[in-house]
Design a protein. Sequence first.
Length: 298
Amino acid sequence: ISISSGINAEYGYVREVFPVVMNITMTWAKESTAILQSGGECVRAFFAQGFSQITAVNYNGVTAMEYTLQLIARVLDPEMSEFGALNAGRLGSSLSKHAGTAVNINEILQAVLNKLTSCEAPTIKQSLLVVFIKLFNHDLEGSMNFLQTLTTPTGENGLVYVMKEWCDIQELFSGEYETKVAVIALTKFMPILLNNNSPLANITVSDDEMSIEGGRLTRSSKAQQGSVQIPITVKIFKILVQEFKNILEEKEAEKAGDLDSEDDEEGDEDYEEGTQIMTLALMAQFLGDVVDVFEDNK
């Protein structure tokens, strides 16, 4: 089940196809993770390309919005396979973006948080985390305050849990758009990293243990590798420095015309380390230039 993002979803097409897509997806959700994934992505495409037509659909007394909320509830059901939630983040974000106050977004976000706690695969966690990451990009302070009102099924503060999970898998993020959105959101935390009164002040996260070998700071060997607890403010800064280093390396590789030119760049290592802190602000600008374009196409 799929729909091209370039299709102009006219009302007649939507009225006939949308209920069929929903019926197939809901009927086979438990038997086929692939159908659940594809059905959710198809519904998201309907919302992105023809929201006004979607809102007009009424099939046997059930509106398209009610259908969609049922689907989201099914996808985020803790009893369902976590892989069925692969596109749940995008569907939830699309619904909140287009429907606004027409849906109870608080309940959806609580369901996303609950599902996140039961997932193990980084790709699924990323999909769900992006929902909250987009909220941070839109309104950092308001989103942090809101997340503090949510709790996980085990009673952990919503903001604490989301931030820990995010920092834990940020280096595993895949997808150009998702990575850019996440990094830009992290840069928004920069002004409050040294604020002892911020909601992040008392949060600690695990980090790889580092050691000095031959005068260089390196990660511990696999045999000796352990983890230490560090303030999340320090972890965020480390992530940003690493992400910016990745950008510099990619741009240098592009200039050299050889993506495998790591050896040639070793001589610039000291220079890069000295300039990363000074130029971190440029990263948000560099990434932000293309995020709006990606958002429209996603």
